[in-house]
Write a protein that binds this ligand. Sequence first.
Ligand SMILES: NC(=O)c1ccc[n+]([C@@H]2O[C@H](COP(=O)([O-])OP(=O)(O)OC[C@H]3O[C@@H](n4cnc5c(N)ncnc54)[C@H](O)[C@@H]3O)[C@@H](O)[C@H]2O)c1
Ligand SMILES: O=C(O)C(=O)C[C@]1(C(=O)O)C=C[C@@H](O)C=C1
Length: 301
Amino acid sequence: MLPFSRVTIIGLGLIGSSIARAVRDYMPTVRLTLHDADPAVRERVRALDLADDVADTAGAAVIDADLVMLCVPVGAMGAVAEAIAHDLPADAIVSDVGGSKASVIAALREHLPDAVIVPGHPVAGTEHSGPDAGFASLFKSRWCILTPTPEAPEAAVERLRAFWQAFGAQVEIMDPKHHDLVLAVTSHVPHLIAYTIVGTASDLEDVTQGEVIKFSAGGFRDFTRIAASDPTMWRDVFLNNREAVLEVLQRLTEDLTMLQRAIRWGDGDTLFDLFTRTRAVRRSIVEQGQDDAAPDFGRKH
Ligand SMILES: NC(=O)c1ccc[n+]([C@@H]2O[C@H](COP(=O)([O-])OP(=O)(O)OC[C@H]3O[C@@H](n4cnc5c(N)ncnc54)[C@H](O)[C@@H]3O)[C@@H](O)[C@H]2O)c1
Ligand SMILES: O=C(O)C(=O)C[C@]1(C(=O)O)C=C[C@@H](O)C=C1
């Protein structure tokens, strides 16, 4: 049995269009309605034939939905919730895919005080954005974290679990604040480091007359992939997960200072011990089959 029969997706970039494609592939009988605030995106989505209907307003998109999935940048979640509040059916479940959770939950709750809300976050993505970047297999063998509020009925959480599992995702339930701390460590601060190192190298390019970019080796290239990620999405993530990101950054700064001291004083043991420990972390990830660094992240299979 399908968990939902009338799905609406709002926001049709990488994640929204990937979910639309996955619904088409894995749940072909579901009635799928889409909406994006950008008329050019709506036009493109119509041309790609991703849905039964592409609505011009958020309200019209949700009118008969049993699942409404919000796939906009986290800073826009509140505005979308406000835009659908009047037309949302009383028995519809509202979910989202935002990369931070506590502030999104507060924004959704403010505008939809009586709705059933089951927030989520598929931990899967690429550095690309827009409706052409999506692909149906994006969520296969990846985690999707659900962060339901205490008042969310268990049956609603289970329907969301079934929805993501149908796309091949593994579902984990987590407290929203804990989610925000974990993702600050595993995703948000790593992105900030990539943005920083690529920015610094680009500034240094003037000094080295282009050689930093020209002779960039594999390590730097890997950072440039991450640093090409969508500026709006990531601006919103940092503004909306401020506390957890600042906490992790404080710890990182202390560790960097410790490494700086080790290099200054020729303390090779400290460097060697750290690099040995981090190599073991990488090897255990690979052994657990979670290494997806090798494939092309822009893959469309
Ligand atoms: N990109 C990733 O790797 C990734 C992974 C997991 C979760 N997420 C989350 O998914 C969400 C979307 O990210 P994305 O990568 O698909 O972004 P994207 O830039 O590819 O697409 C976002 C879309 O939302 C639309 N939009 C913006 N404001 C809107 C509004 N008020 N009403 C309707 N549409 C609006 C934009 O026009 C755009 O088409 C974000 O919350 C992000 O944190 C992203
Ligand atoms: O692989 C990438 O390009 C990603 O950045 C994906 C990634 C991540 O950091 O793992 C990015 C943001 C998300 O909210 C979830 C997944």
